[in-house]
Design a protein. Sequence first.
Length: 255
Amino acid sequence: MNGAPGGALARLGGNPAAVGLFLDFDGTLSEIVPTPEDAHPLPGVEPQLERLAGAFGLVAVVTGRPADDVARLLHAPGVRVLGLYGAEETGLPPVRPELRAAAAEAARLVPGTRVEEKGASIAVHVRGVADPEVAMALLAPLLERAADDDEVVLVGRQVLEVAPRAMNDKGRAVARAVRGLGLRGALYAGDDLADVAAFDALDRLRDQGVATVRVAVASAEAPGALLERADLVVDGPPGLLRLLRDLEPGSGSAG
């Protein structure tokens, strides 16, 4: 773990009931695996989240997956799941047939790619192809041309996703929850480029008097933009689990 966890976590204050914990899922609570269907929470994550949910004002998973997908994988009563970057609750249109066809056609150009439809968005995964970097460079302009004015191409860890503009910012979901519950502190932990937007939201909330902690979950694929912005850098999902244990009231490290 980089940084001083005790000092950073002390910023959240001494009242867990006024603090929200916001966590990404893939690469954060779960190790990155070849396909989303293979993902499972790290052993120990579920009971730890359940304990934290009983003490903190909010424990939420903010994910690019549909909420139901994560709810099937994560059995932690009291934890809220904000699906499709938190935009799922606002009501989103389904994937256009033209976009579905364009994504399938683009994927056919690169053997080994996999298309995943998420209801309101569609993703092309390149994990497992011979050269993921070349594949991303080839597929990105094709998907950008397929997107209409109300859609955007999101770049993730070996994945490109065409999504409604309403779901291109995890920070909106974090800010909405903090303001809606009147929270006085917020911690966000994530591992990918999409999580930088949540860090941005925490910066704005901090300017409004909310105590914040930004946590980057490090890996060989973690983007530099995320690592540079973090108050704390933990070593993969196991490092985050250790941090979550330290956050539990009575642990002696939470503040």
